[in-house]
Design a protein around this ligand. Structure first.
Ligand code: PEP
Length: 254
């Protein structure tokens, strides 16, 4: 049985003060139910404060939005895995479509980061997904196949089970346009079958695959009720503490 995992990707939003206010309301709304794994993914500047808050009740885990694959070094503007570990970060989002399209991240770069994260005992949340033109050209499976092979090259079966994959169709991110539960389930089933083909079916059954793309309280339960959807990576709707708590509760029911 895979434990559902719901992550709040705040992107470039939330000051330290806003993060504190969010956490106050969110943790209150969430209560003590820990049937779903919750990950808060603030901007780097708020990691330390959110880490401090989470160290008290431990109702949620901490994630980062990106990292560099090198350890220390002359990489101005970058953050390394050991820096994240020092703040008790447990998860790191890698290869988000905004990183891929706006900052030129290739599967090869995502792969280097995935390797570095695993080596540092951080759990990667590896994002994959097709653009609208790729879907229209019937290339969803081809794109997912390429991204899985490229991003996860060299990962062993033992390591794979701790990787989270986020299926995020690019056309659904921040657009208000959600994949239908069936479209999402079809993609998730394809991803799991591909993992079984490339690794083995026992490991593939253990990998959690999140859906991301305009998830909100109103559509979360149906999406997460699908057999191969093991949680959600939530952008816009994760900025509202009450709405995000509703999504987590929907995951618990799904
Ligand atoms: C995301 O950023 O990963 C995302 C899915 O965003 P949104 O929920 O706003 O579509």
């Amino acid at each position: 049985m895979r434990k559902k995992i719901v992550a709040a990707n705040w992107k470039m939003n939330m000051t330290v003060g806003e993060s504190m206010a969010f956490m106050d309301t969110f943790l209150h709304e969430l209560g003590a139910d820990n049937s779903v794994e919750v990950v808060i993914v603030p901007p780097f500047t708020a990691l330390a404060k959110v880490s401090e808050i989470l160290s008290v009740g431990q109702q949620a885990k901490l994630g980062a939005q990106n990292m560099h694959w090198e350890k220390p070094g002359a990489f101005t503007g970058e953050i390394s895995a050991p820096m994240l570990r020092e703040l008790y970060v447990r998860y790191v989002v890698l290869g988000h479509s905004e990183r891929r399209t706006l900052f030129g991240e290739s599967d090869e770069i995502v792969n280097k980061k995935t390797r570095a994260a695993i080596d540092a005992a951080l759990r990667p949340i590896v994002c994959i997904g097709e653009t609208l033109s790729e879907r229209d050209a019937d290339k969803v499976e081809e794109v997912l196949d390429r991204q899985i092979k490229g991003s996860l090259a060299g990962v062993s079966a033992r390591e794979l089970v701790d990787v989270v994959i986020a299926y995020e169709p690019v056309w659904a991110i921040g657009t208000g346009r959600t994949a239908t539960p069936q479209q999402a389930q079809d993609a998730h089933a394809f991803i799991r079958a591909k993992l079984a083909e490339l690794w083995d079916s026992a490991s593939a059954e253990k990998v959690r695959i999140q859906y991301g793309g305009s998830v909100k309280a109103q559509n979360a339960a149906e999406l997460m009720g699908q057999a191969d959807i093991d949680g959600a990576l939530v952008g816009g709707a994760s900025l509202d503490p009450r709405g995000f708590a509703e999504i987590v509760k929907a995951a618990a029911r799904g």
